[in-house]
Unconditional design. Structure first.
Length: 433
């Protein structure tokens, strides 16, 4: 790779200022004509900048940084960008490389604050997952929050990882993270450490907090959070759960898609790891919750109009240990406009809106998306097939499924037939499979 004669130096710095730098890195700062950094970092290195050096505060002006660098390089000026810790670990370096080019940069990394925090508490971090919640304030986490929430990535990672290193913000603070753990029923599964003001005189490291304790505390704005699991993580069944795994209305059982039909319906949905799924007429939530386990990088939006079934679906959500599932109380198509276009849609109940729902869904489905519908009545089957027949270009098929389950009779077993179910599948073509 050709070496640029005047690269922009992207230098990782820490809060002990010049003491954190090698002689080479410090020399680059002292000889720079243009110095770019956040307000706090610029103040920290004010005495190291040469007289007359231009200083640009990038706070809330990140989009202007590439142009500042270009202008300096065009004028053959020495330019440095000050970044916290390792510029390639949730830092500014990838952004600059994207808007300039790698050859225009000379990156001098430093220790990450996450490394320092792990060193303070003696936590090995080679297999830890790094998550940044250094995002805009999205408010407190509640069960069923959608992907746009600032803590969403952390909520998903908590279900999969045993150790997490978290870059926080003043809004998404350690106490808020602790309350997320409590809301997701993980308060007894993780312990946490909070390292505040690292390498500053007021440094404080709280090395062994329970989420219940941390949820009631307040912390300095500058901090990182370490989380480690203290109980064995669950390894739940992901596909084909028994009907008994779901709470149902008693004594008269509420709506549930039986195991055999559920398995075929989920297979016909053609789910991927990151699929966005709608579950309309959720009933007990069985299809949507199993889909959520099958799509750990995706999300499921579910809606149920019946009060009792909505409560049961919420109970199952709480028991299932998934954070990528949002349950809404209402009657489709109300509220669907606020949901993102889906990769897959399951209709278990339509509340008399079947024809309109089919048309809306086929319009909204993403390329290669799947619509799967379950029917037990001839009338709904006829409505569905007639609606699909009338939609130009719709590709669909019907599968009849009837299972029989063994039941004891005296010292033997007989086969008891379940009601037949029609599974209607429609596809939206386009793009690659």
């Amino acid at each position: 790779m050709l070496k640029d004669p005047n690269p922009c130096r992207v230098i990782g710095v820490l809060d002990d200022g010049a003491a954190s730098l090698s002689p080479t890195a410090l020399a680059y700062i002292r000889n720079a004509d243009v110095v770019i950094g956040g307000a706090r970092t610029l103040a920290l290195f004010k005495r190291e900048c040469k007289p007359g050096a231009v200083r640009h505060d990038l706070t809330k002006r990140l989009k202007e940084v590439p142009e500042w660098v270009r202008a300096a390089r065009n004028d053959h000026l020495a330019c440095v960008v000050l970044a916290t810790g390792d510029p390639l670990c949730h830092g500014i370096a990838p952004y600059l490389a994207q808007h300039l080019c790698v050859q225009a940069l000379d990156i001098l990394p430093n220790l990450s604050t996450l490394q320092l925090a792990c060193a303070r508490v003696g936590l090995a971090w080679q297999d830890a997952r790094i998550v940044s919640v250094h995002a805009r304030d999205a408010g407190e986490w509640t069960r069923g929050s959608v992907p746009g929430h600032g803590l969403y990535a952390l909520a998903q990672a908590l279900r999969r990882e045993s150790r997490l290193l978290v870059l926080t913000s003043p809004d998404n603070s350690p106490d808020r993270i602790a309350r997320l753990l409590l809301a997701e029923g993980l308060g007894d599964d993780f312990h946490m450490a909070v390292a505040e003001n690292l390498l500053q005189p007021e440094e404080r490291v709280l090395a062994d907090l329970s989420p219940a304790e941390a949820a009631q505390m307040r912390f300095a704005d500058l901090n990182v959070v370490l989380l480690w699991r203290v109980t064995a993580s669950a390894q739940p069944v992901r596909f084909g759960l028994m009907d008994s795994a779901f709470a149902q209305r008693q004594p008269e059982k509420g709506l549930i898609t039986k195991q055999e039909v559920r398995a075929v319906s989920l297979a016909r949905l053609q789910l991927r790891q990151d699929s966005l799924v709608w579950d309309i007429g959720a009933g007990s939530g069985s299809v949507g919750l199993e889909a959520a386990r099958l799509c750990p990088d995706g999300h499921v939006w579910a809606i149920e109009k019946n009060d009792l079934d909505f409560a049961i679906a919420g109970q199952n959500h709480a028991a299932f240990g998934v954070s990528n599932y949002s349950l809404h109380h209402g009657k489709a198509p109300e509220g669907l406009d606020a949901w993102p276009d889906p990769d897959a849609v399951f209709i278990g109940g339509s509340g008399g809106e079947l024809a309109g729902l089919i048309a809306t869904i086929l319009e909204r489905l993403r390329p290669n998306g799947s619509l799967v519908m379950n029917f037990v009545t001839l009338e709904n089957l006829a409505t569905a097939t007639a609606t699909l027949q009338a939609i130009e270009g719709a590709s669909w098929d019907v599968l009849q499924l009837q299972a029989a389950r063994s039941k004891p009779i005296l010292h033997m077993h007989r086969m008891a037939a379940e009601n037949p179910v029609w599974i209607v599948c429609a596809r939206k073509s386009g793009g690659e499979q």
